[in-house]
Ligand binder design. Structure first.
Ligand code: TNX
Length: 524
């Protein structure tokens, strides 16, 4: 049996010869939207197999793959989980049944792992495309299984992000958090349309000025970051591409700190109370490409700040189907120094009211839970005291998103000699076993599954340039992290995971995903 990652709930080898995918095979789709999943699966398998794999409706033969969406199909102990799926493979056909489109998509990703590794190859391979005789029932522990791309420090082109989405979808990742603005760059086009009558900000300067900047070379990475930005059409195409693969995009504009790129582009934000009070000599903040953090902030005492937030987040809300917008909130050190804890909290509460007023829930880094949240908002725990996150969960009804830096941050070096990456959150041995060996319910003591939204592994990009380097840091660690979001504790085991991961290596290689094949795994 090939190694399956994340580990399904039940896998039963049923014996016998299994199913062989041949050139007569068709993909028979049943239930609304099943054909869409079939089209994706056929597109995935055609290059390697060279088969036609037509997607059809109606009756099936023993040579076919049958894809069904049926919430009533009977999912046993995971009944009611919309992401549930089951697979039955015998010599007389393969059937994948999902409780929803997402459930079916999950099942097709497992089916890919049941085929020989070369099934994901982009060039044709001649082999027997056998699926072992097996019966699988599966559903995730958490619905939110995320990764984050920091395209602010170093940009990733649309096609690069799509490449990461493809690889992440195979790992049953369900959320892509995009960190779209920071001190070094601004990556999403904001137009002037719909501006308030008294608003004279030219929002198009955000990308014109700060889309052209990025992090500079630094002690950990000599190359400068990549510049660029997404037009609103680019962003919509990413949202659509991700959604087809059952990944939801949650955009982040980090406020009030990490905002030098906004200050550099919008003169009006450089008020007396901002981190860059305008002077005659220097009316707007200069670009800052260093990897310093905590120095920049928006003026909490200026109405321009809130006009800006209202406009930017309303465009983001209109572009984003997700119920969440991420507002950052981390490391507002200089602001807190100047305006105190109360000043920071008052800012966050006013910003949250704006975003809630747009009909969205918020997510923020754990510091933002120093302010009162609204039931259903997310608090993303990354570092420091867990006190505020816990309070927001217990008192406000917020949900915890677990991203503990030490076992979640994909920008940490695997070991001291990794040529890129930082080491502040993890140093020494930060390879895949370390990213497996932790449990979501232990991150904030007293906050259990009923309060946990899910898991997320962020890739910060101070030291990452382009998609090859991004994939190298993401894989295989996201597979370990993601299994923590998917698989029940009772089904998780470090040695079993290592054995299963060994057979995922060739699949990543065949699919063209760059990954770190470190010595902890006996790669097959
Ligand atoms: C901390 S994690 C940050 C980021 C950096 C990252 C580098 C967080 C909320 N803030 O601004 O990019 O460390 O690892």
């Amino acid at each position: 049996m090939p190694g399956l990652v994340p580990n399904p709930l039940q896998v039963r080898a049923t014996g016998g010869p299994g199913f062989v995918l041949t050139k007569q095979a068709r993909i028979v789709a049943r239930g609304a939207d099943a054909d869409e999943v079939g089209v994706l699966m056929a597109a995935d398998l055609r290059p390697a197999t060279g088969f036609d794999l037509p997607v059809v409706a109606g009756r099936s033969t023993r040579r076919d793959v049958v894809l069904t969406i049926d919430p009533e199909a009977g999912f046993g102990e995971v009944e009611g989980n919309p992401e549930a799926y089951k697979i039955s493979s015998t010599a007389n056909g393969v059937k994948v049944t999902g409780a929803s489109r997402h459930g079916l998509f999950n099942g097709t990703q497992t089916l890919r792992q049941l085929l020989p590794a070369f099934a994901s190859s982009t060039v044709q391979v001649n082999t027997d495309w056998t699926v072992p005789a097996v019966s699988i029932l599966d559903a995730p522990r958490f619905s939110y299984r995320g990764i984050m791309l920091d395209v602010a420090r170093s940009f990733l082109e649309v096609d690069e992000v799509k490449q990461v989405i493809d690889a992440a979808a195979a790992a049953k990742i369900s959320v892509l958090h995009m960190h779209l603005a920071d001190d070094q760059g601004w990556r999403i086009d904001i137009t002037n349309s719909g501006r308030a009558a008294d608003d004279d900000i030219d929002y198009t300067a955000l990308t014109r000025v700060s889309g052209a900047t990025a992090v500079l070379g630094n002690p950990y990475q000599s190359a400068d970051g990549h510049t660029g930005f997404y037009t609103q059409d680019d962003y919509r195409s990413l949202v659509r591409y991700a959604a087809e693969r059952e990944i939801e995009i949650i955009p982040e504009i980090d406020i009030p700190g990490h905002t030098n790129a906004a200050l550099a582009a919008i003169p009006q934000l450089n008020t007396a109370g901002s981190s860059h009070p305008a002077t005659e000599d220097e009316p707007v903040a200069p670009h800052n490409g260093t990897i310093d953090v905590g120095y920049s902030y928006l003026d909490p005492t200026s109405e321009v700040t809130y006009t800006f937030i209202q406009h930017v987040f309303s465009q983001l809300a209109a572009l984003t189907p997700s119920e969440f917008l991420h507002v950052g909130g981390d490391e507002s050190h200089a602001m807190t120094q100047r305006y105190g804890h109360e000043g920071y909290v008052a800012f966050v509460e006013r910003a949250l009211a704006i975003v809630h007023g747009l009909g969205k829930k918020t997510i923020g880094w754990n510091e933002y839970a120093e302010a009162g949240l609204t039931a259903g908002d997310g608090v993303q725990y990354w570092a420091g005291t867990t006190e505020h996150a816990k309070r927001a969960v217990i008192e406000d009804g917020a949900k915890l998103l677990v991203s503990p830096g030490n076992t979640s941050y994909l920008d940490m070096k695997y070991h001291a000699k990794t040529p890129i990456g930082l080491s502040w959150a993890c140093s020494g041995d930060c390879d895949v076993a370390h990213y497996y060996d932790w449990s979501p319910q232990e991150v904030v003591a007293g906050v259990g599954d009923e309060h946990i939204l899910g898991t997320e592994a962020p890739l910060w990009s101070e030291t990452i340039r382009g998609v090859d380097q991004a994939e190298f840091m993401i894989f295989p660690r996201v597979l370990a992290h993601g299994e923590n979001g998917w698989t029940a504790e009772s089904r998780r085991s470090p040695s079993d995971f290592a054995a299963r991961l060994a057979s995922v290596g060739p699949r990543l290689a065949a699919a063209g995903t760059n990954f770190y094949d470190g010595p902890q795994i006996a790669w097959s």
